[in-house]
Ligand binder design. Structure first.
Ligand SMILES: [Zn+2]
Length: 576
């Protein structure tokens, strides 16, 4: 009897205990997602029970709470440098960067529990370090509501997309307006992940798939990584998912209004998590489950996606690490880098697409035509997929960049991203080039807190620079060259110039009074026949110019020593 009671006691204890590791998602039969508090508590309990798990707290976020990183390490080593030395593959999982899309939050909790409790899974992580950010946008995760994802099929309540500063954190990896981004960069640069996944839920068209994927554009990888990705990683992942009953298709960005018109893989820039990661040659992807599929189905699809990646890493981890190492060497040797891409419109791949018939019917609301996907009419069609990209902006790599001391904020951001900076040692004069900003566009309304610049045109002019005390030098012969050029070359789509860090150079500080300058202008033309010739020719060829005295005086002023030399001059000097 005593024995029986003890056994019963043990069993019920075990039940209570294992109950502790049941997630809110499971407890609610797949209808609810863990709150921030539930999620963090779950990981902390798991870590206190299993020494192979450690919960790190990094920096802070805009809401003042730390950014958590939960790490599973089979041999209980949690030192990134020592793990790298042991050739462990680091797999980083980002969740809830958009907390209204919480599928990864719940999938990651179950995955980590299963890895630590299930021998088969645990074996899979012998050489892989699982590093999970449970909630990237902590701020948004705390703003629970049931409405902000108007079209999404569950869970019952969830967080809000933007953070405490109303920023979309998946646009913030370069400009780092949020504390979350600064803290993430620290995590990323400390752990140097070999593979990264960022878990989302998509909007848009209706179709049959639960899981869609965005892989970083393969052109961003060095040749070995690119070839491995295209020939092995991608087909393996698609196959493993298919075996688990989750056939996937590319993220559905339609060419026109419906998928039949074709899908495109749009060019993305490093402001996004997956492209940020490729600056450092991490194999990166974004999981986008489909918002119209029930929450539980989406969570399990995300779980299977991450599990499939673990399976690949078990066999290919070393190969990926080797390819990543070679990528740094490859780009360091290149004389030119491609900093922007465009879609190749002529070479779509034909893919099988499992969609639903699109119908246009009269709307009961507006009385106008509305689009409806008829889920009673599924189809499989061959549709074009525009997934290849070609260079749009190629820039010669300089030997070094000189950053004047006034721009210490730029240096700080570079250093946070692991860029090596050389400090001034002696006064030395270098020959090189300045860029002058010739043209750019800016939207009427701010984008992510910025009057962001695009379509930037520059003119390069030779000059000299004498290093002053406090100036900084960035040698380009260093591993993080892709990041350096993507932020320091003003024309790159996510350059620091584009993100407004150099806007002060765009304003002229001194000017002239027309009536006084008239006499000076006359003298200048008399003394400079070449300028006079250019001026006369412009008057002949440009009717508007010929009719405007202020334009004419401005032309002479801008070609005179009175005009400030550094107006529109991008202050970072290129030594080639
Ligand atoms: Zn999202």
């Amino acid at each position: 009897m005593k024995k029986y009671l003890t056994a019963l006691c043990f069993l019920s204890l075990l039940k209570v205990f294992s109950q502790d590791f049941i997630t809110p998602f499971e407890r609610s039969q797949g209808t609810e997602t863990a709150t921030y508090e539930e999620g963090i508590e779950f990981y902390q309990k798991l870590a206190s029970h299993y020494p192979e798990i450690k919960v790190f707290e990094y920096g802070t976020t805009d809401i003042g709470k730390p950014l958590h990183l939960v790490v599973f390490s089979e041999d209980r080593d949690f030192n990134p440098a020592s793990l790298k030395a042991k050739n462990k593959t680091i797999f980083l999982i980002i969740n809830a960067i958009h907390p209204g899309e919480p599928d990864g939050v719940d999938a990651s909790m179950m995955l980590l529990r299963d890895v630590v409790q299930n021998n088969k899974f645990r074996k899979m992580c012998k050489n892989t370090i699982l590093a999970i950010i449970p909630f990237y946008n902590v701020d948004g995760a705390l703003q629970r509501n049931s409405f902000s994802r108007a079209n999404q099929n569950g869970p019952k309540s969830y967080g809000f997309r933007a953070n405490a500063k109303n920023l979309d954190l998946n646009r913030d990896f370069i400009k780092m307006d949020s504390e979350n981004a600064k803290t993430f960069v620290k995590i990323f640069q400390t752990w140097q992940p070999d593979v990264q996944i960022d878990n989302h839920v998509t909007n848009g068209a209706d179709y049959q798939y639960t899981m869609t994927y965005i892989f970083a554009n393969p052109v961003l990888y060095a040749p070995d990584m690119q070839s491995y990705f295209l020939k092995e990683f991608k087909p393996d992942l698609l196959n493993l998912m298919k075996k688990k009953g989750e056939e996937m298709c590319p993220y559905v960005e339609t060419r026109k209004n419906i998928p039949d018109s074709g899908l495109v893989q749009n060019v993305r820039s490093p402001r996004f998590s997956h492209i940020y990661a490729t600056q450092f040659h991490t194999l990166a992807l974004v999981a986008e489950t489909h918002m119209l599929k029930p929450f539980d189905k989406r969570v399990w699809a995300t779980y299977k996606m991450m599990l499939s990646i673990l399976e690949i890493l078990e066999k290919d981890g070393i190969k990926i690490q080797r390819n990543r190492k070679k990528s740094f060497e490859y780009f360091q040797k290149q004389e030119k880098l491609v900093l922007d891409w465009k879609i190749n419109e002529t070479k779509p791949t034909m893919i099988d697409f499992k969609g639903y018939e699109a119908e246009f019917v009269t709307s009961n609301v507006t009385g106008l035509l509305r689009l409806r996907y008829n889920t009673q009419k599924p189809y499989t069609k061959k549709i074009p997929y525009y997934e290849t990209h070609e260079p749009k902006l190629i820039i010669q790599k300089p030997k070094m960049y000189i950053i004047p001391r006034a721009y210490v904020n730029i240096v700080k951001m570079l250093e946070m991203n692991g860029v090596q900076i050389t400090r001034f040692t002696k006064k030395e004069t270098f020959k090189g080039f300045y860029y002058y900003i010739k043209d750019f566009k800016t939207p009427k309304y701010p984008y992510e807190g910025h009057y962001f610049h695009y379509d930037i045109e520059v003119e390069k002019k030779p000059d000299t620079y004498t290093l002053q005390e406090g100036d900084f030098v960035v040698m380009t012969n260093q591993p993080h060259i892709n990041f350096i050029m993507n932020v320091l070359e003003p024309q790159a789509p996510d350059s620091y110039f584009a993100w407004n860090f150099f806007d002060t150079i765009l304003q002229q500080k001194e000017y002239f009074s027309d009536y006084v300058f008239e006499d000076i202008a006359e003298k200048l033309l008399a003394e400079n026949p070449a300028l006079r010739a250019e001026f006369e020719a412009k008057k002949r060829n440009d009717a508007e110019f010929a009719q405007s005295s202020s334009k004419q005086l401005d032309f002479i002023y801008k070609n005179s020593p009175y005009y400030e030399k550094h107006h529109q001059r991008y202050p970072i000097f290129r030594v080639e």
